[in-house]
Design a protein around this ligand. Structure first.
Ligand SMILES: Cc1ncc(COP(=O)(O)O)c(C=O)c1O
Length: 415
């Protein structure tokens, strides 16, 4: 219980905001250890979305009547909250998307297809989520650019000493990296990569899906060119995400989706594009979800990102220490002080899906699989791992139950 004493978050009070913790699943309260996948949503977010949908709902930007004005104010207010959250210079640079995945596809298609060609290099890393890997691989293939990766060492940290050799292979045009690995929790040196990318004349694309919920994000301090993240990983609803991009780049880019909202004028002969950010927001957006995203940012900000970081660190450190005492467990990734609240491991002789299944019987929700990082799985020499991930509502009892659950798995399988 030492962790509880040290935690900068009053988890007991805060958990009252999350209805799921009052419920029994398989006869037990849930130990929710899958927040890296999607977080739970507090009543403040759910109530705000319901309120907007019930009393202030209409399509945004189009109507002059009161309901449309209220909906537009809610939607644009959320954009301002996203801007402030990542310290972007202007909310014209903030584009609402469905998700981080859509945001990264937007950059790969709209920037990549126009700016890449033979002789160019698209540089990603061995620990990217598929969302920041597959779009770049696809666009590189389409444009004739080379798709190259920065390797990781055995602790899952980027081998930056390979950068010179990589640069010697061609014109580095894009460097794309996650700020935090969703599988290992590794905090990646994105500022260094951004500086290197700019020395090469390349753009730096940051996948912050796994960082934005847990660490303060400042696009100006990172000195990146694009940054993507999702609402559903920071207490908001699914169906909303954001892309921040440098204005000069966004201005030059072609739209990603075409249709209503993103046009300035349309005639039989030609169509011209709307101003930023609407050029990249074709069609009716996810209005209540964007609004809920903004309320979630308020919620996380009120808890405090430094507090969240320290709270998760305590839980992860405790988890790693206790996993190390269980024979047959191999933990992947760097030491606790160089990761966020994510621990991936394997239990020798037991498939991760079986581990997750038995833990589920105990009311413990963990993720088993490749976590959308198959190249990383190949590097680690496994097909899948079991992953426990923490967030602001996680408690030391979750760790106790995970450890007890793993002993049960071992007994069941004689492992
Ligand atoms: C590092 C990372 N990038 C991108 C994504 C994709 O996010 P979304 O599914 O919200 O588009 C995820 C989701 O797990 C992630 O962890």
């Amino acid at each position: 219980m030492a962790v509880q004493a040290q935690s900068p978050i009053d988890t007991q009070a805060l958990r009252a905001d999350f209805a799921v913790f009052d419920e029994l699943l398989n006869g037990r309260p849930v130990a929710y250890l899958d927040s890296a996948s999607s977080t739970q949503q507090p009543r403040q977010v759910l109530a705000a979305m319901r309120e907007l949908s019930a009393h202030s709902y209409a399509n945004v930007h189009r109507g002059v009547y009161t309901l449309a004005e209220r909906a537009t104010a809610g939607y644009e207010g959320a954009r301002e909250k996203v801007r402030a959250y990542v310290n972007a210079p202007s909310n014209r640079e903030v584009i609402f998307t469905r998700s981080a995945t859509e945001a990264l596809n937007l950059v790969a298609y709209s920037w990549g297809l126009e700016n890449l060609g033979p002789g160019d290099l698209v540089v990603i890393t061995e620990l990217e989520h598929h969302a920041n890997f597959v779009p770049w691989q696809f666009v590189a293939k389409k444009t004739g650019a080379q798709f190259v990766h920065i390797p990781i060492d055995d602790l899952g940290e980027l081998q930056l000493d390979t950068l010179d050799e990589i640069a010697s292979r061609g014109n580095v045009k894009v460097v794309a990296n996650n700020l935090v690995s969703n599988t290992l929790g590794t905090i990646n040196p994105v500022e260094k990569l951004a500086a290197w990318a700019h020395e090469q004349g390349a753009i730096m694309v940051v996948d912050a899906a796994q960082a934005a919920p847990h660490r303060r994000i400042d696009v100006q301090a990172l000195d990146c060119d694009f940054l993507a993240f999702s609402s559903h990983k920071l207490c908001g609803p699914s169906g909303a995400g954001a892309l921040w991009g440098r204005r000069e780049l966004l201005e030059e880019m072609q739209p990603f989706n075409l249709g209503g909202e993103m046009i300035r004028s349309v005639s039989l002969e030609r169509t011209s594009w709307n101003e930023l950010p609407y050029k990249f927001e074709a069609g009716t957006p996810a209005i209540a979800e964007a609004y809920g995203f903004g309320i979630a940012l308020d919620y996380v900000t009120a808890v405090g990102l430094e507090a969240i970081e320290r709270h998760e660190h305590e839980l992860v450190a405790q988890t790693m220490d206790r996993l190390a005492e269980i024979p047959g467990i191999r933990v992947f990734g760097p030491p606790a002080d160089r990761r966020t609240g994510i621990v991936s491991f394997e239990l020798q002789g037991v498939h991760p899906h079986d581990v997750a299944q038995i833990l589920n019987w105990e009311g413990i929700a963990v993720r088993a699989g490749h976590h959308c990082t198959q190249p990383l799985m190949t590097r680690l020499g496994v097909a899948a791992t079991t992953r426990a991930s923490f967030y602001l509502y996680s408690i030391p009892d979750d760790v106790d139950r995970l450890i007890a659950g793993l002993h049960k798995v071992k007994e069941t399988f004689g492992a």
